[in-house]
Ligand binder design. Sequence first.
Ligand code: ATP
Length: 242
Amino acid sequence: MPSLNAAVQWNNVTFSVKGKTIIHNLTGTFYEGKITTLVGPSGAGKSTLFKLCNGLHTADTGDILIAGKEIASYPPVELRRMVGFALQDATMIDGTVYENLAMPLTLQGKDLSEEKAQELLQLVGLPITISTQSTNDLSGGQRQKLSIARTLVNRPSILLLDEITSSLDRVSQQDIEALIVRINKHYGTTIVWITHNLQQARTIGDYTWVLIDGQLIESGESSLLDEPENNEVRLFVKGDNS
Ligand SMILES: Nc1ncnc2c1ncn2[C@@H]1O[C@H](COP(=O)(O)OP(=O)(O)OP(=O)(O)O)[C@@H](O)[C@H]1O
């Protein structure tokens, strides 16, 4: 494997909620500038990993290093700027596309320039004329593109995507997949993508993690999904364990 830097390094991380261990002694790396897809059965702890990564949860034991520095050493605002987060339901405030796009800066008492707004809309493939429209009029695919553009306002170096295409039709899904690859190439953004779609995980990912019951059971180049070494992973990929 070529020598790659760690965008996020997990060392023996354990996390519990109300006495129940959700993440078990997890060690692994999300590589800088690469796309890692994260798969596993429902309840495996995938979303929990994201919350540990952007400071919404704190690990009980172990270390999480972001760009080589212990996560707790980052001021929360800086961490949220570095680690962008997009979710399946692409929640919007009641208002225009521009107001939603500007929200991360508005919250910091800053403005988003018209020029920057147009650049971001173009990057995600939305017409710039959409800027003054209400977000209530957008399709599911357009909302998701806006949600991704909004995450990019802070220029995150790491982008966490949680099931962002699962409620979209096939065409919109492919559109978003191409967009994420474009963002990865254009900005060198490290992408980590939770998906239940194993085909997507295989084709979009450079690397894949398979998480089962809070344990990282198998990880490596995404081709591992073709012929997993681990029996539990083989069953999961065959659909027997999802
Ligand atoms: N706040 C919480 N309180 C109690 N249990 C929780 C909490 N958050 C998560 N869990 C539990 O932690 C486990 C992992 O949940 P998580 O959402 O990370 O899984 P997931 O792999 O993302 O699942 P899915 O694919 O269904 O989204 C589950 O058993 C869930 O019930």
